[in-house]
Design a protein around this ligand. Structure first.
Ligand SMILES: Nc1ncnc2c1ncn2[C@@H]1O[C@H](COP(=O)(O)OP(=O)(O)OP(=O)(O)O)[C@@H](O)[C@H]1O
Ligand SMILES: [Mg+2]
Length: 371
């Protein structure tokens, strides 16, 4: 999402930020998968009383500093460890809302947090959504209103996994499984609604005995209908939102970002820093940017025509069916871009079906990364 600086956690709308020429693209800190797990009964942080799944009250223990340090935070929330009533490995996402009696100051934050809680209640238990256990709102000693939500703890987010992808490429089965889980979650669990801030930082990974699980998190910008849309992360905005500030078709809002994410997964490449190679997506930038830089980004986005998209996919993606899928998902024009349902159906029919009979086709990218 937009924010004015990494230390200031206030949210920015697109028009505000563009007006002030001080857009900054939020960046989560690095991998936290080496951090120690919180242990039940150890460390005494805040104690929370929340309503559990069955409606009964449960006690959740926040875990103090030493377990918190390796957990990253985004622009809105701070993520800290927590221990569930039966010693489960949870996290708490803490958002500071506006101080009582000051309803306007951080109204964006209040709205985002209220949206997130509602969405978690609605999507609770669905496939591909980070397991949610409840929330608590309280006023702290300094008189600040806080909202805390409790979630299962993941091993890392997709961005930190992608940062290692060239040294440690994903095998084809994992590529297909992650793509399947992402598309299925967007098409089935979100069913017609949009996440609204889809990006690798907002996708969590958790290893389990059934393989790597993918969970979406951060539902602050969840959206069910068309209209003004001034939220999101600059690098992953659709062109219609970037240029008009409007969401023209909510079913296509997440599709281009999902296409970019699948491009990284299927080509085993990711370069959000731009240090080692030119960006695959020419408008990508993680540097603080001013009005002129926004103009350049817009120009780069305009120049990324369907012909250029086709050429990029032909060069980088070996598998023809994956090329077709990504071509449909990356279309700059909202009218021609596929819906998530179309993308998911195409993926199941033409890409995943190759798993049958073990006739997997090695993509050029995968072959290259192994050589
Ligand atoms: N359940 C979880 N388990 C482990 N890490 C998590 C979990 N939830 C979030 N994180 C980590 O914390 C980061 C920030 O969380 P989240 O995206 O929910 O907060 P945010 O402040 O709203 O972020 P943003 O600024 O992107 O909107 C995530 O990118 C991820 O790295
Ligand atoms: Mg986030």
């Amino acid at each position: 999402m937009f924010s004015s600086s990494s230390s200031d956690h206030s949210s920015y709308t697109w028009s505000q930020a563009a007006r002030e020429g001080s857009l900054f693209v939020a960046n989560s800190p690095l991998s936290f998968d080496s951090s120690p797990s919180p242990q039940a009964g150890k460390g005494h942080g805040h104690t929370y009383h929340i309503q559990g799944l069955d409606g009964r009250n449960i006690v959740v223990q926040g875990v103090k500093k030493r377990f918190n340090e390796a957990l990253p935070h985004g622009s809105f929330g701070v993520i800290k460890s927590a221990v569930g009533p039966n010693g489960e490995d949870w996290v708490r996402k803490i958002s500071w809302l506006n101080p009582p009696g000051d309803p306007l100051k951080n109204s964006g934050r209040v709205e985002a947090s209220e949206t997130a809680v509602k969405v978690h209640e609605k999507l609770r238990g669905k496939q591909g959504i980070v397991p949610y256990h409840g929330h608590e709102k309280y006023v702290n000693k300094a008189g600040k209103l806080k909202e805390v939500i409790f979630l299962d703890r993941a091993d890392c987010d997709l961005k930190s996994r992608l940062e290692k992808i060239e040294r440690d490429p994903l095998d084809q089965k994992t590529q297909l499984s992650l793509a399947n889980q992402l598309l299925e979650t967007l098409a089935v669990s979100l069913r017609g609604a949009a996440h609204g801030d889809l990006k690798p930082e907002n996708i969590l990974l958790k290893s389990s005995k059934d393989g790597l699980k993918l969970w979406l998190c951060d539902f602050d910008f969840y959206c069910e209908s068309e209209g003004p849309w001034v939220k999101g992360t600059l690098n992953y905005l659709t062109p219609e939102v970037f240029f008009t500030g409007k969401c023209l078709n909510v079913r296509k809002l997440d599709v281009r970002a999902a296409g970019m994410i699948l491009f990284y997964i299927f080509t085993n490449s990711f370069d959000a820093s731009g240090k080692t190679s030119p960006y695959a997506f020419p408008w990508m930038s993680e540097k603080p940017i001013d009005r002129a830089a926004i103009e350049r980004m817009g120009q780069a986005m305009r120049n990324f025509t369907p012909e250029k998209i086709r050429a990029l996919l032909e060069e980088k993606v070996g598998d023809f069916q994956v090329q077709q899928l990504l071509f449909g998902m990356l279309q700059p024009d909202c009218k021609t871009r596929w819906t998530i349902d179309e993308a998911y159906a195409y993926f199941r029919m033409h890409v995943l079906s190759k798993l049958d009979g073990q006739t997997l086709v090695q993509t050029r990218a995968r072959t290259r990364s192994l050589s």
